[in-house]
Write a protein of this length. Structure first.
Length: 277
């Protein structure tokens, strides 16, 4: 009995000795209180799976987040495709772990250009010179997606402003402060009933992902984290659904593996977008 107790304590001590303190950063898309509510249950579950201690680290904005990753202050981050691509342009120290699914089991998403339903505007080709509302500068559905859409239709793209987040974009268009806006299509779906109309939708983009700092985490640790997450199947398994029910909407439906090649197109297109450098 004493031997078993000593063995247990020894194993526990060794596990604690090799447990890592892993700093996790979410995208600063919501208030701090909301981010804590959405991600802390996920990190507690992940801690139980890997035996590590996870610390939630907040960022002021996208730029602050990317700087923290480059400076080695973050071990894992929840990123959109554009923030990930921006970081990849500056360093090869980050690598995708998983990309998350939505409630329809899709691991990608689109961006939309919207107008007020009573604006009389029926096509994106009618937007030349119009005021356009964008979310944060480094939101994938902001400058990046809108610039591609306007260029593809031969429109000037210089009358824009950054209005903070997707909800603000919708509000700006609804109030008539801006004549059009660019946001994630899921946000258009959320606010369309208030009086919005979609006149353009982008091609499908690779989904939001977890990215690891290879300088801080070993390949073995990254693989352990990936394997723990992808084995969850909340869309089809009741027990897993119960596990994730209190997680944030963006991470509660499961995930699949991700690789760098999926995001290579975004990295390439960024070379011609000086505003985002």
């Amino acid at each position: 009995m004493i031997f078993r107790a000593l063995l247990f304590l020894t194993v526990f001590y060794i596990a604690e000795l090799f447990a890592q303190n892993i700093k996790f950063a979410p995208l600063p898309k919501e208030k701090v209180e909301t981010l804590e509510r959405e991600y802390k249950p996920f990190l507690e579950w992940l801690s139980n799976q890997t035996g590590d201690n996870y610390e939630l680290v907040m960022s002021v904005d996208y730029r602050d987040l990317t700087n923290k990753i480059k400076n080695g202050e973050i071990d894992i981050a929840y990123l959109g495709p554009l923030p990930y691509a921006l970081i990849r342009q500056r360093t090869n120290l980050v690598t995708p772990i998983v990309k998350f699914l939505d409630k329809k089991a899709s691991s990608g998403y689109t961006c939309s250009v919207i107008v007020h339903k009573n604006s009389g505007i029926e096509s994106i080709k009618e937007l030349n010179g119009k005021k356009i509302s964008l979310p944060q500068k480094f939101s994938t559905c902001g400058y990046y997606s809108a610039k591609i859409a306007f260029d593809a239709n031969g429109l000037k793209f210089d009358n824009y402003s950054f209005d903070g987040n997707h909800a603000n974009v919708a509000l700006s268009v609804l109030l008539g402060e801006k004549e059009c806006g660019s946001l994630q299509t899921t946000y258009f779906d959320k606010y369309a009933y208030l009086g919005l109309k979609k006149i353009y939708e982008s091609e499908k983009l690779p989904g939001f992902l977890l990215a690891a700092n290879k300088q801080k985490l070993s390949p073995e640790k990254i693989a352990q984290i990936k394997n723990a997450i992808v084995k969850l199947l909340p869309l089809t398994n009741d027990k897993d659904r119960e596990t994730t029910q209190n997680w944030g909407e963006n991470i509660k439906y499961g995930a699949v593996g991700a690789n760098e090649q999926e995001y290579a197109t975004i990295v390439e297109k960024l070379k011609n977008m000086d505003v985002l450098k």
